[in-house]
Design a protein around this ligand. Structure first.
Ligand code: TEU
Ligand code: CA
Length: 546
């Protein structure tokens, strides 16, 4: 079954700048990652997803690539990457890399040369003349990072398309040369021994038309670039000509997709991607009009997860990544029930059907960053949104409350390794401030406490790996009291139940007594006389045949 090894994998995402700094410059690096491989091995994960390590001016921390064939000097060298691959391999850990091909950095040679209309690289990008004699952008599309998706270029007076930052021009996937470049890049890294790619915003690479889009609050133009026919065609070509020849998998980051679109991208017979990250479950907060307070709606989360679990055969399951707030702060309670709610979320994540992804720090229950002011944040998107809110005359307090909860920097604060200076992340000055709670929340403390969040993750990872039903069983949601998520996994007559209380209240519930507790975050060992679920309680149960 080597073909589908990735279905049995537990993936750990590393955001290199924030993981571990080996040389005191305040920036996490490849040597730092190598030094923590034993830590990852004992945790039990077997695949690492590395966020971008390529050469980059770091406008968007590496998602703006200026050379796909070399490593960002801040992070290390190609030799060190080879060493990382080797050291991971001898520990039984595979590595997938981020493949960011929708756009490049404006510092990439292709763009520098391509600004010249006579250059062979000009057609690598999407250029149009502006309207009104060049005064206005070619169409009304808006960018993911706010504002128009077009930027006028000083050298040739044309506009280029950028779905993200204006320093990240989109590549032109109507040009076969661009597709050939992508294939070469993929081969280069696969030949070096990696086991696949996480494909950044992969379903928007092909723009089928540049007409004005239907006006929307955000992302005007999307009907012309989300999951277009041309995108499916390119993905099939990449699979046929590249990845089919390697023992690897592709996970797509796919924006604005529903379950039908996800199936079109990753159903078995389509030969495009192996699984996708959806976003719908990341939109389960309601904005109340009072200071834009976001209120998490557990029932909505359960509905969305159930929908994806039922309608998509194999999901890429996640609660956190480098773009999202920390899950314990968002879906749990990081003040009164931090450890319990982190363990509850772990129980859900690791018993769903699909491949689970854990983001660095999630395994110790790290919380949102403790920023006090926008100036303390580094993320480009956060600053853009903040500035837009300013232009729209939102009062300062409102702007801040909006950003504080949603900023991508919430998850990007450095990894908390110990209670020592700078959380042992660096001996220098960290590139982004470390959360002051590192004295209590850190890896060292978690390793020493047998009841820690970390040890809970370790146990659940091991249970998952050794339980066929949890890996391959079907998923079914069962009736439950409000704010409690109960689902069943079933295979060949064997049944498991996951029960998660997403509230800080006790909730009345009935159990059968012949059920076996496999793992409980309240350390319950039997269900006798349990009439209530405790706040944020989670239990994984094996149902004995009666
Ligand atoms: O993210 C794509 C994406 O959709 C995000 O911009 C998302 O809308 C936003 O972060 C939510 O706040 C990918 C990468 O994961 C992200 O880090 C990059 O900035 C982006 O693509 C551009 O490459
Ligand atoms: Ca460093």
């Amino acid at each position: 079954m080597s073909e589908k090894w990735w279905k049995e994998a537990v993936v750990y995402q590393i955001y290199p700048r924030s993981f571990c700094d080996s040389n005191g410059d305040g920036i996490g690096d490849i040597q730092g990652i190598i030094s923590k491989l034993d830590y990852l091995k004992q945790l039990g994960i077997n695949v690492i997803w590395l966020s971008p390590v390529y050469k980059s001016p770091n406008e968007d921390n590496g998602y703006d690539i200026s050379d796909y064939y070399s490593v960002n000097e801040e992070l290390g060298t190609l030799e060190e990457m080879k060493n990382l691959f080797y050291e991971a391999k001898i520990r039984g850990i595979k590595i997938i890399m981020d493949l960011v091909i929708n756009h490049v950095s404006n510092q990439h040679e292709w763009f520098i040369k391509g600004q010249n209309v006579d250059s062979e690289y000009h057609d690598y990008f999407i250029w149009r003349k502006g309207k009104d004699g060049g005064k206005r952008p070619p169409n009304n599309w808006t960018s993911f990072f706010t504002g128009s998706a077009w930027e006028k270029n000083d050298l040739n007076s044309k506009y280029f398309l950028h779905l993200f930052s204006n320093t990240m021009p989109d590549l032109n996937f109507h040009n076969p040369k661009v597709i050939a470049e992508v294939k070469a890049i993929m081969k280069f890294w696969l030949d070096m021994g990696i086991s696949g790619f996480r494909c950044d915003v992969i379903n928007v690479i092909f723009k089928s038309s540049l007409k004005d889009g239907k006006k929307r609050i955000a992302l005007t133009g999307q009907e012309y670039y989300v999951s277009q026919y041309g995108c499916h065609k390119i993905l099939k070509e990449l699979k046929r000509d590249v990845t089919a020849n390697y023992d690897c998998f592709l996970v797509g980051e796919t924006v604005l997709v529903n379950t039908d679109m996800a199936n079109d991208l990753c159903a078995d017979n389509r030969q495009e991607l192996d699984m996708v990250f959806g976003f719908e479950h990341m939109e389960t907060e309601q904005i109340s009009n009072k200071w834009f307070k976001l209120k998490f709606q557990p029932e909505k989360l359960f509905r969305v997860i159930t929908k994806w679990q039922t309608e998509v055969d194999w999901n890429a399951n996640y609660l956190e990544n480098h773009d999202q707030p920390r899950s314990v702060s968002r879906f749990g309670d990081d003040k009164n029930f931090r450890e319990l709610s982190a363990k509850m979320l772990c129980t859900m994540l690791l018993t769903l059907r699909g491949t689970p992804y854990i983001f660095e720090g999630q395994e110790i229950g790290m919380t949102n960053g403790d920023f006090l002011d926008i100036e303390e944040m580094k993320d480009l998107e956060s600053h853009n949104v903040y500035n837009l809110a300013k232009e729209l005359h939102f009062p300062k307090k409102l702007r801040w409350s909006l950003i504080k909860k949603t900023s991508r920097d919430n998850a990007r604060t450095p990894m908390q390794w110990s209670k020592n200076a700078n959380a042992s992340f660096t001996t220098g000055k960290p590139w982004l401030q470390i959360n002051k709670n590192f004295e209590n929340i850190n890896v060292e403390q978690n390793l020493n406490d047998k009841d820690s969040v970390l040890n809970f993750y370790k146990e659940l990872i091991s249970i998952r790996k050794n339980t066929e039903t949890l890996l391959f069983g079907t998923f079914k949601r069962l009736n439950s009291p409000k704010n409690v998520f109960i689902f069943e996994r079933k295979l060949k007559g064997e049944k498991y139940l996951t029960i998660c209380n997403f509230s800080n209240k006790k909730i009345k519930i009935k159990f059968k007594l012949n059920w076996n507790i496999i793992i409980s975050n309240y350390k319950r060992t039997d269900l006798k006389e349990v009439n209530f679920l405790e706040p944020y309680e989670s239990i994984l149960i094996k149902i004995n045949k009666s």
